[in-house]
Write a protein that binds this ligand. Sequence first.
Ligand SMILES: Nc1nc2c(ncn2[C@@H]2O[C@H](COP(=O)(O)OP(=O)(O)OP(=O)(O)O)[C@@H](O)[C@H]2O)c(=O)[nH]1
Ligand SMILES: [Mg+2]
Length: 263
Amino acid sequence: MLTKDKTLIYRHHKEGHGPHDHSHPHPHHDTPMETQRTGGREIKVVRRVLDANDMMAAKNRELFAAKNIFVLNVMSSPGSGKTTLLQRTLAHLMPTLRCAVIVGDICTTIDADRLAASGAPVVQINTDAFGGDCHLAAHVIERALAGIDLDQVDLLIVENIGNLVCPAEFDIGEDKRVVVLSVTEGEDKPAKYPLMFRECDAMLLNKIDLLPYLEYDVAKTLQSVAQLHPGMPVYQISAKSGQGFEAWLDWLKEQVAAKKHAH
Ligand SMILES: Nc1nc2c(ncn2[C@@H]2O[C@H](COP(=O)(O)OP(=O)(O)OP(=O)(O)O)[C@@H](O)[C@H]2O)c(=O)[nH]1
Ligand SMILES: [Mg+2]
């Protein structure tokens, strides 16, 4: 782990054998198959077992529960505005709530440098060795936790790697998941990448300050999201101007308080 100012950097070197080799396979790629015999026929039975990632995620979750820490996993396509959202969110929450951030990128400490300005402890994970993982997995989070004093944290925010597909497949031990979709990406994204929208607990529709300059149909997006995940709260925000932040911050503070009271 390298130290750069207040930012801790953990470079995740994979033990894989080539570019984009998933040393911790995607759950759906790794589903074991059993053969059962009934009478004279063989039937293939696919069974989802608790794989290594799920076990590590459960371990992380136990640790977070013991320390009374609420953990939020923030996911989106590259450039939807995760870091900008977190900069403004931290500015509102710190120091009343003690926050810490783990931020994942394939390369660079650009996001960590931006977020460290908030005063929150920040750990940057870089997955650049051997092509770079496209998501954060539970064991990577576990390693990154070594750089944070968990006794001083109420809210741990994980900014996942910019990718609308793979991060949704990996439990990291978080309490809640949030997807950020920006209005510059098109109304069709929830329908095209449904898993992310099904798996998340809330959605932020970001960059609404740009709506006057775009032909973007907000109602169409909301309808599509409601079909995929009925009842999921959607907050329309501008991470740039702060528009819509009150409702988003209320939701987040409620989640943190609910976890505190649960223990
Ligand atoms: N107009 C406008 N621009 C925004 C808003 N939020 C973010 N941006 C801009 O969008 C670009 C990408 O924002 P980031 O916060 O870096 O996005 P990100 O999701 O963290 O990107 P990755 O970490 O690379 O996946 C930057 O130029 C931001 O200034 C917003 O609400 N409105
Ligand atoms: Mg970012």
